[in-house]
Design a protein around this ligand. Structure first.
Ligand code: DON
Length: 309
């Protein structure tokens, strides 16, 4: 499917790019330090196949936390709501994505939602499969389907880099193991999780996946149902309430669409029944969200009245 460079989108990207100077690339995953903080690219995919883009849309990015929405959908398809929400809650935390503090404050101790790292690790531990390889393959197959059967892989370098330094995620896993939320060997789970986070794609692919969520789970072109509508509804709700972590409230007010960020600087935006958005801008604000990406979304939301509220 061709994607055309758009003058209007280019103008907005140029404007938003100014804000990259105020952000910093993530450095707690050493491999992400290599990203250029001044990059900003975006794509918008419409259900009639029109795709517009701006910036270097061939550049690949790793999904990082954006993958959490996709594994949540898969776990819900594997087990259903009741079983999944036995291990993870529904509530926003108001804390940073990697915070450990609320795990100890609540009883029964379970992560508050599937978008924070603790909740996402609990969700990944529910992905079915005989081995870590099988489970990763299932995630990749699912992501490939959502991306319109495009070949999607992961960055071994980014996965290794995170795996070696994931001290906090290891701590979250062991805490949850103590409380029966995680029942598998932690190193294997972390291998799977870091590979899931290192899944690589362009912002076009990201926009294409956002479009599937915008169209209630149906492939926009073949109309094949890829995710049940009810599960899409659950995922979109979490994107609104928890997708930007402790910035979710301000995001809802200023932009007002279901969206999910990742520390690589990616953002997947979902404009229900209208289009999917993929953004890549690796300079992050202090809450771990793409600083220029948020600005760009704010401009888009204002110009095209995107808010669902
Ligand atoms: O687990 C982590 O810390 C990363 N793999 C993902 C975190 C992330 O993307 C947070 N989002 N803004």
């Amino acid at each position: 499917m061709p994607c055309y460079s758009s003058d209007k989108l280019n103008a907005l990207v140029k404007e938003a790019k100014k804000y990259t100077a105020q952000g910093k690339v993530a450095d707690y995953i050493p491999a992400l330090k290599k990203e250029n903080p001044h990059d900003l690219s975006a794509a918008i995919f419409h259900p009639d196949g029109r795709c517009i883009s701006a910036g270097d849309v061939d550049q690949k990015i790793t999904l990082q936390s954006i993958s959490k929405v996709l594994t949540l959908a898969l776990a819900l398809m594997d087990y259903g709501e009741e079983q999944v929400f036995e291990k993870v809650g529904y509530e926003p935390t108001g804390d940073p994505f990697n915070s450990i503090v609320k795990l100890e404050l609540y009883n029964p101790s379970k992560p508050l939602n599937p978008m924070i790292n603790a909740g996402a690790l609990a969700v990944t531990s529910m992905i079915k499969g005989e081995t870590i390889e099988n489970r990763l393959e299932r995630i990749l197959d699912f992501v490939q389907k959502l991306a319109g059967d495009r070949k999607i892989g992961y960055s071994q370098e980014v996965a290794d880099s995170e795996f070696k330094t994931a001290y906090l995620n290891r701590a979250l896993c062991y805490f949850m193991m103590e409380h029966g939320i995680i029942e598998e060997e932690v190193e294997g789970l972390l291998e799977l999780y870091t590979k899931q986070c290192a899944i690589e794609m362009t912002c076009l692919d990201l926009a294409r996946i956002g479009l599937v969520f915008a169209m209630d789970g149906a492939d926009p072109f073949t109309k094949e149902p890829l995710i049940p509508r009810d599960i899409v509804r659950v995922c979109k709700t979490f994107m609104v309430t928890c997708g930007m972590y402790n910035a979710a409230g301000e995001f809802a007010v200023r932009i007002g669409i279901p969206a999910k960020s990742g520390v690589s600087g990616g953002i997947m935006g979902v404009v229900p029944n209208r289009f999917g958005i993929g953004i890549f801008g690796p300079a992050l604000d202090e809450k771990g969200n793409s600083i220029a990406g948020l600005k760009l979304l704010e401009m888009l939301s204002e110009k095209y009245s995107l808010s669902i509220f």
